[in-house]
Ligand binder design. Structure first.
Ligand code: AVI
Length: 361
């Protein structure tokens, strides 16, 4: 008879085996048809995931306390992130857009035949539109498959539909990994998968490699993958981007505590915390923290958990990795991708990398 922990691990592994099998068989997604041009798929089964409260009480109970960055993005956090993207100091968004604008003639050279656009994250943004504009140069009809865990994709899809008459949208409401697995078995059409905004930089090094391996394994031979990565640059430019003068990044960081207060009935006093972001040159990453300004204790009622923090103690909230071109080549090599092209902006601040699984093109 296994002990309690053993039992839990056993149940979890049986469940994850079951879940991955059901994904592979494509049986477990339910189709929701909104109209003739908009449908979406949602997993039929209930995903067994750790709850917000379990994750928070676990991560705040460590010697080095942390809150996973995925928790930034409640409604308020997503709005604040949109604001960050438009800040003068936050160069990644406008720089990536400037590169995409230059790809109008070059990117189609890699498209022999028609492609479906698959976006990791759901975009109603300028960037998705720029890619759609590029694809419409060669093909009249476009299929767009946004994959996003949040149902926000149904809202953003409606906006795109309004502006693109020959667009058929199929949203997949699931994690990127499961969504891609679903797509792999969906049909034989070729996919252009895009993962923009340097969101990849928020993974740890191991998570990142695992993620690229996963994408590679779900791609078909002649699919293409376009990824945006932020590059190593002057420390001041980097630190200013994460310490903007209007304090929006600080609000974004602190908002995660408001979220815990609201959703888990906690009593974080936001005045007792400060936003702290520095560039760690050795690790090549921005590290973002919430710094406790006093000795304090906080109760998180719904998690049945209380924590004490010393003055100046840090809660880690985000890593944002920056890469050199050499590292990008290495990373793609290690994860068995073949680089078709790398495009940079005029200051070499940001890179868009197009890769495939084989050297066929
Ligand atoms: C979403 N991600 C790529 C952003 C970044 O730059 O790492 C999140 C962010 N955090 C603070 N500012 C922006």
């Amino acid at each position: 008879m296994p002990d309690d922990l053993g039992k839990r691990i056993y149940v979890k592994s049986v469940l994850s085996y079951y879940l991955s099998r059901t994904v592979q068989k494509n049986l477990s997604y339910k189709k929701y048809r909104v109209d003739s041009k908009l449908q979406y798929f949602k997993p039929n089964f209930q995903k067994i995931e750790k709850s917000f409260s379990d994750e928070i009480s676990f991560s705040l109970n460590q010697d080095l306390k942390y809150i996973h960055p995925k928790f930034f993005y409640d409604k308020k956090g997503s709005e604040l992130f949109e604001k960050i993207c438009n800040l003068p100091e936050y160069y990644p968004t406008r720089t990536e857009i400037s590169i995409l604008k230059k790809l109008k003639d070059e990117l189609p050279r890699y498209f022999d035949g028609s492609f479906r656009l698959v976006e990791l994250g759901s975009g109603s943004s300028v960037k998705t539109r720029l890619i759609l504009d590029i694809l419409t140069q060669n093909q009249e009809k476009i299929e767009y498959f946004p994959i996003d865990i949040s149902e926000i994709l149904t809202e953003s899809s409606a906006l795109l539909q309004r502006d693109y008459k020959h667009l058929n949208i199929t949203g997949i409401v699931d994690t990127y990994e499961c969504g891609l697995e679903f797509l792999k078995n969906y049909d034989d059409k070729r996919n252009l998968i895009i993962f923009l905004g340097s969101s990849f930089g928020n993974f740890t090094t191991d998570e990142g490699k695992e993620f690229l391996n996963k994408i590679n394994s779900t791609m078909k031979e002649d699919d293409l993958f376009l990824i945006g990565l932020d590059l190593v640059k002057n420390k001041m430019i980097l630190e200013n981007a994460y310490n903007d003068s209007q304090g929006v990044t600080a609000q974004f960081n602190l908002n995660v505590l408001s979220r815990i207060n609201d959703e888990l009935d906690a009593d974080f006093n936001l005045k007792n915390f400060a936003h702290y972001a520095i560039y760690n040159e050795n690790a090549q990453r921005i590290e973002m923290y919430l710094k406790s300004l006093v000795n304090q204790s906080v109760i998180i009622s719904k998690a049945n958990f209380s924590l004490t923090l010393k003055k100046n103690e840090l809660i880690h909230t985000e890593h944002s990795h920056k890469y050199t071109l050499f590292q990008i080549h290495e990373l793609m090599n290690q994860t068995e991708f073949i680089i078709k092209n790398i495009w940079l902006d005029q200051n070499d601040h940001f890179a868009l990398i197009l890769v495939s699984k084989t050297s066929k093109f």
